[in-house]
Write a protein that binds this ligand. Structure first.
Ligand code: BES
Ligand code: ZN
Length: 645
């Protein structure tokens, strides 16, 4: 990557400077002329388009993706072909697609006479962030269909291949995709930008013992072939696939759980409230528009808590706590059915439109289903988390309307779009009142349904339909402050749950030695109250003996609740309480969810436990997802260390 930094250079211009030498490096003479390239860059700047795609999507856009793929567990490879339907917005002969580490075997196009003809293409040099542009040069103008025969690489960033040993059942292999933000291009050549929406269909072939699922309507064709249809236009990052030993348990007529047989009962009990969540959200925000809503429980190496793939949210097993204490994750992924999947961020700079709205809607669902106390506790915990994160985050990444500045969206990922976004919407809710604000949000989802929009478009809609409709309540300057400024506005009213008052009082008394461990009254504490108890403990100089006493009384080390485990190990490491290390090793080895492991590795790497952590990492690494590997490799990239126990 070019590291050009000048305060007067806008990010768009910087992007343009970076784009030229990379994207067009290996083009043959019949590819883009530099004049056309310059025009493209011009439009990029004018239209504030997605800087993370090579696609010339203002000229031609993909309207339908048709996949015919083999899931080849022997070679850990997807191979086959994709047929793209094209909609031309200007007369033209050039199509540029996104790819990353794909092998392209051939490209054919449907000519005017209805024949498939072989077509020249060039694959540009790979850029670390955006991958490699695939430029296709048609012979005829406005070609309607193009077919690409390809296969994936050994370790695509958007797919994890698991051995049978890495699954619950230990008998059959498993694979799954994670396309958000820009990893769809590592398993399908396409226009990998959330600005472009397309329908998709797929015919997937796999061994007869393997069940294949996708983010689409599912139909079994034979014992080796499954067919999928997604009739609603979605952005590329929502195309998803998983395959393994899977069974299905219905929750009601439109909702159910897919999981390995060993987990299906526990999972369907844990998530039994999902149908109620759908009903609650649909009542407030308008019909659920995707037909079914199913959950897929992934192996613990899944790098996220959840992923809102339409019709089929992908879910980490680390939220199966046995007591429904972590089901806000389901409310969250479900909420994306409105914020994100229906109304989509047009670029990754606008991620807060997806995640901020979703975090807000998630919490409203939690409030309706489990009560105001639970919802406010969750808000308060997220807020404390955000404050802690803000002390470490680079100030520019504390802005809602993100400045990616050529970076990968993975690199700028933080709690800011989620929690600051949520706080902004809670602010508006309080100012305008629930009646008006709920109506506004519902109308917003309807107005922009099945569209991808930018922060600017949201702002215009907000001004017109809220600020000006009910004047003198919230100013444009205040909105500006929320959206464009660093940190948190001075006029923020922080969420504060009184269910934590007693927890804080008892902790304080315990810390001041006014109350002994056995006198703590914890009998009625919920998981969230326990989290509060642990999270707000001092981060240095907590007496080892006192930590050991707590651990002995409440059995934190080795707990089955992944959030409590994470909170406890964080506290232990901050205070150098290394009695947790054996259990922590299990935690780090068994789980691949970034949020539950990366901060712990970070803490370890900054102490004399660095070598211990590196050993744990090297042993766990083969079981981690490529994105988890990528996040952690840098941390331990100094000298090669023996691969040992
Ligand atoms: N869409 C996100 C996951 C994501 C975001 C993947 C950006 C890649 C890039 C998903 O809905 C999400 O937010 N997951 C959270 C859930 C939590 C905040 C309830 C997670 O994984 O922890
Ligand atoms: Zn989300």
């Amino acid at each position: 990557m070019l590291s050009l930094r000048h305060p007067l250079l806008s990010s768009a211009l910087l992007f343009a400077l970076q784009l030229l030498p990379n994207a067009y490096a290996n083009n043959t003479p019949n590819a883009l002329t530099s004049k056309l390239a310059a025009t493209l860059v011009q439009t990029e700047i004018q239209q504030n388009q997605d800087a993370l795609t090579y696609a010339n999507y203002t000229e031609v856009s993909v309207s339908h993706v048709e996949l015919a793929l083999d899931v080849d567990f022997k070679q850990s490879r997807l191979s086959g072909e994709v047929t793209l339907d094209l909609a031309w917005h200007k007369a033209g002969k050039i199509l540029i697609l996104d790819t990353r580490d794909l092998t392209i075997n051939s490209v054919t196009a449907l000519d005017n006479a209805g024949k498939w003809q072989s077509i020249p293409f060039t694959l540009a040099k790979t850029d670390e962030v955006r991958g490699a542009a695939l430029t296709i040069n048609f012979t005829e103008q406005n070609t309607q269909k193009v077919k690409i025969n390809y296969h994936t690489s050994d370790n695509p960033s958007g797919i994890q291949w698991l051995t049978p040993e890495q699954t619950q059942g230990k008998q059959l292999p498993f694979m799954f995709s994670q396309s958000q933000a820009i990893h769809a291009r590592s398993w399908i050549p396409l226009q990998d930008t959330p600005a472009v929406r397309q329908t998709y269909s797929a015919t997937i072939t796999a061994d007869k013992a393997i069940t294949v699922v996708m983010s689409a309507d599912r139909k079994t064709l034979s014992n080796t072939q499954t067919q999928f249809t997604m009739p609603q236009a979605i952005p590329a990052y929502l195309i998803a696939i998983a395959a393994g030993h899977l069974t299905f348990a219905p929750l009601n007529d439109i909702s159910g759980v897919w999981a390995e047989p060993e987990l299906i009962d526990k999972a369907s009990q844990e998530f039994a409230d999902t149908p109620k969540m759908i009903e609650i959200a649909a009542k407030r925000y308008g019909d659920y528009r995707w037909g079914r809503y199913d959950l897929l429980i992934l192996p613990p190496s899944f790098p996220f808590g959840g992923m809102e793939n339409p019709r089929l949210s992908f879910i980490t097993p680390t939220v199966i706590a046995g007591d429904k204490s972590l089901v806000s994750l389901i409310a969250h992924e479900l909420a994306h059915s409105w914020s994100g999947n229906l109304v989509t961020n047009a670029t990754w700079r606008d991620l807060w439109l997806n995640e901020g709205f979703t975090t807000y809607v998630e919490n409203r669902i939690m409030e309706d289903l489990y009560g105001r106390d639970r919802a406010l506790m969750e808000q308060t915990i997220s807020y404390s988390g955000l404050l802690a994160e803000l002390t470490e985050l680079s100030p520019r990444d504390s802005v809602l309307h993100l400045d990616l500045d050529g970076r990968s969206p993975d690199e700028a990922f933080s709690g800011v779009p989620y929690v600051k976004g949520q706080l902004f919407l809670v602010f508006l809710e309080h100012k305008f009142g629930r009646e008006h604000f709920d109506a506004f949000v519902k109308n917003y989802f309807n107005h922009f349904a099945f569209q991808s929009i930018t922060t600017t478009q949201f702002r215009e809609y907000l001004s017109l339909n809220l600020l000006q409709k009910y004047p003198k309540i919230v100013s444009e300057a205040e909105v500006d402050n929320w959206i464009e400024d660093e940190g948190l506005p001075s006029f923020l009213v922080p969420p504060n749950s009184h269910a934590f008052d007693d927890i804080d009082t008892q902790r304080q008394a315990w810390l001041e030695e006014k109350r002994s461990t056995d006198k703590l009254k914890t009998g009625t504490w919920s998981v969230h109250q326990w989290l509060r108890f642990i999270n707000e403990m001092p981060r240095i100089n907590l007496n080892q003996a006192k930590l050991a006493e707590l651990d002995k009384a409440f059995h934190f080390t080795g707990t089955g609740n992944s959030e409590i485990a994470f909170a406890w190990y964080s506290l232990a490491l901050d205070n150098g309480y290394y009695a947790v290390l054996p259990a922590l090793k299990q935690h780090l080895t068994n789980i691949g969810r970034l949020r539950l492991i990366v901060p712990l590795y970070q803490k370890l790497a900054g102490t004399d436990q660095y070598d211990w952590a590196k050993n744990v990492y090297l042993n766990a690494r083969p079981g981690y997802h490529p994105q988890t590997q990528a996040s952690l490799d840098d941390m331990f990239a100094d000298t090669p260390l023996e691969h040992s126990h």
